[in-house]
Design a protein around this ligand. Structure first.
Ligand code: PTT
Ligand code: SF4
Length: 604
């Protein structure tokens, strides 16, 4: 096989063993890599009803046929497991040297199962696999722990690790790398912690087998040149994802005060231009020539890497208009290994609960000290932080008194930084995303705002499905960063060309989209198998967006129309070939080569 190594590395922490498993071309073509591999492995191997924090859960690090190649932004890796936050499928995608070194060690994926008796890390050096003692690393933040591991194993080693939040099983702890790359929002870091696994360190020196290495090299060079020549490239380099902040505020979708509003009076203090003023460095993922990690110094003079989502949730959503204060919260989240989106969402929820006097603590909007106190309580599970560490859905259910209506989540995952009072299509995108309310599968909102923002129509639903195929299916499985395509207009037709040179296979965009549909349907079935009552009532966005209109900004008075939303939800199921309860039909599953999955779920 070319393009794929054809090997998955298995490590069992109970038995202290490792093994290499081969897979064939059919598996590669049907599931591509990354999310596709992870979803199939979890479906095939997890006994139904597995406790996500038990040794039986499997933690999967998976790359794809483009990972690590000298082509645009290919230094990414998917981390997946059954989620302890949502009880469904969970994954995330982070940039890390480990993405490249895993492929160079000869594997597409590493699957970790079992639980070590005491803290360990896994060391992979090509064919050698060792389970190493990590007692001295346990309890350390990700910054110090990664420095220690790099000092021991050298700078060429890729490191994936957790902070104290993952050790403490905070249910929205992601896996971290390179002091500012985070992936696996629905608690992949907690799954790692539950296995007593502090880190994975990977060194690889082999060549990835390629069908046509010369063409790939040429294509890669041309592609990097193409990206650099794009009109929007220079502005991207200046602001990166932070350029979205001005747009979000002007478009009234910047979450403010726990997603009550879509505009923030102090937006100028935390926007992309402010970043330009304060920027001291730029970082990013391997193999990328449009690196987007903006580094500034926080209020304590320490470096922190900022992205739009982080600033939306830890800034405007908390009423904080000082970027250096936001950077402090961002740095602490990176060091403790806690997801910035869920953390900012939950802190906003707590500030609102305090304002409404539903909890005894007196927290104030705009106070970085209060936000820090709450985040620390979560990361270390102190006091009420122990409840908050279970996620906003659980916290709202614990407090009761109607606050579930303003717990801003879908399927248990906290919404990322787009207020949807005036974006019904994006509300549906959050509600139907495969991991809970995350924008990665379908960032419909920019298209929606630029077209028919207030419409409830089939065109919107069709666009949503297309984005889910491309973003949630293709990019998550190839595995490559999608930002060259989305942010600077790098054409999609480069990807089949890269694949042809790497694998020798003619895979058109339509083939890839079908693989995307297969992966989406499989993940949907995984949710159903793990949650027997799973169905259309799980695809509903937060109540606040239906019932509390915006009170200011250009979209003042707007809220989501429930009937219009239901119509779009119905069209969505029809277009996907799912039944009216949102479950893929047998016909759809068979057409995607998933008859066995239909059988396992007894779908007639
Ligand atoms: C992603 C989510 C995002 S999406 C952001 S900012 W964004 C948050 N970043 C966090 C962070 O930082 N620290 C922290 N402690 N928690 C964080 N949680 C949040 O995690 C990220 C970029 C970005 S920046 C985005 S949009 C794109 N995401 C991609 C994706 O999902 N798939 C893909 N094929 N390419 C992507 N490219 C872009 O990557 P999750 P990263 Mg992240 C400090 O993983 O779980 O999907 O959550 O990977 O290396 O940090 O790059 O405005
Ligand atoms: Fe990483 Fe940003 Fe480059 Fe994507 S554009 S690969 S997120 S540095």
């Amino acid at each position: 096989m070319h393009g794929w190594n054809g090997k998955i590395l298995r490590v069992n922490l109970n038995k202290k063993t490792s093994a290499v498993q081969s897979y064939d071309k059919d598996f590669a073509l049907n599931y591509l890599g990354g999310r596709g591999f992870a979803a199939r492995i979890l479906w095939d191997e997890l006994p139904a009803g597995t406790d996500p924090l038990s040794p039986q859960n499997k933690l999967i690090f998976a790359t794809g046929p483009l990972t690590g190649l000298p082509v645009a932004s290919s230094g990414k890796i998917v981390v997946a497991a059954k989620s302890p936050l949502t009880n469904g499928y969970g994954d995330g995608n982070l940039g890390s040297r480990a993405a490249v070194t895993l492929r160079k060690a000869g594997y597409e994926a590493l699957v970790v199962e079992g639980k070590a008796d005491s803290p360990v890390y896994v060391l992979v050096e090509d064919d050698s696999v060792e389970i190493m003692d990590a007692k001295d690393l346990w309890g350390k933040g990700t910054f110090d722990a990664e420095d220690d591991l790099t000092a021991t194993h050298g700078k060429s080693a890729g490191v994936l690790l957790i902070g104290q939040a993952g050790e403490n099983l905070v249910k929205f702890a992601p896996v971290m790398s390179q002091k500012g790359r985070a992936g696996g929002r629905p608690g992949m870091g907690a799954v790692m912690g539950s296995k007593n696994l502090k880190a994975v360190v990977i060194k690889g020196t082999k060549d990835i087998p390629l069908a046509d290495p010369d063409s790939l090299k040429e294509l890669g060079k041309d592609a990097y040149k193409d990206i650099k020549g794009k009109e929007s490239y220079d502005f991207w380099i200046r602001q990166g994802t932070m350029q979205a902040l001005e747009w979000a505020n002007e478009s009234s979708c910047l979450p403010s005060y726990n997603f009550r509003e879509g505009v923030f009076d102090e937006a100028k203090g935390i926007d992309g231009y402010k970043v330009e003023e304060l920027k001291v460095d730029r970082r990013g993922c391997p193999n990328c020539n449009m690196q987007c990690g903006n580094v500034i110094k926080d209020v304590e003079g320490q470096e922190a890497e900022l992205d739009y989502e982080n600033v939306g949730l830890l800034g405007s959503n908390l009423g904080i208009g000082n970027l250096k204060e936001v950077a402090l919260l961002n740095r602490l989240a990176d060091d403790w290994g806690i997801d910035t989106i869920s953390a900012g969402n939950i802190i906003g929820f707590v500030m609102e609960a305090s304002e409404r006097k539903l909890i005894p603590e007196n927290y104030k909007w705009g106070s970085v000290d209060d936000a820090r106190t709450i985040m620390e309580a979560i990361a270390f599970r102190k006091g009420f932080g122990n409840t908050l560490a279970e996620g906003v859905r659980h916290s709202a259910a614990t407090i009761g008194k109607g606050c579930e209506k303003w717990a801003i989540q879908c399927k248990g995952l906290e919404c990322s930084a787009y207020d949807c009072h005036a974006a019904p299509g994006m509300a549906l995108a959050f509600a139907t995303s495969s991991i809970g309310a995350h924008h990665k599968d379908a960032w419909l909102i920019s298209w929606e705002i630029a077209t028919d923002r207030s419409g409830y129509n089939k065109e919107k639903v069709a666009k949503l499905i297309e984005l889910q195929q491309l973003r949630g299916g293709v990019f998550e499985s190839l595995v490559a960063c999608r930002l060259p395509w989305i942010e600077v207009g790098f054409a999609l037709d480069w990807y089949p060309k890269f694949l042809k040179a790497a694998t020798g296979e003619d895979l058109s965009m339509d083939n890839l989209k079908t693989a995307g549909d297969r992966i989406y349907a499989l993940i949907r079935c995984f949710w159903k198998r793990e949650n027997p009552d799973f169905g259309r009532s799980w695809d509903i966005p937060p109540e606040r967006w239906f019932t509390e209109p915006l009170t200011k900004g250009p979209m003042k008075g707007t809220k989501v129309d429930r009937e219009g939303y239901t119509r779009m939800q119905n069209w969505y199921y029809e277009m996907r070939g799912w039944d009216s309860n949102g479950i893929p039909t047998r016909k759809t599953l068979e057409a995607l080569g998933l008859a066995d999955v239909a059988g396992a779920l007894h779908i007639a």
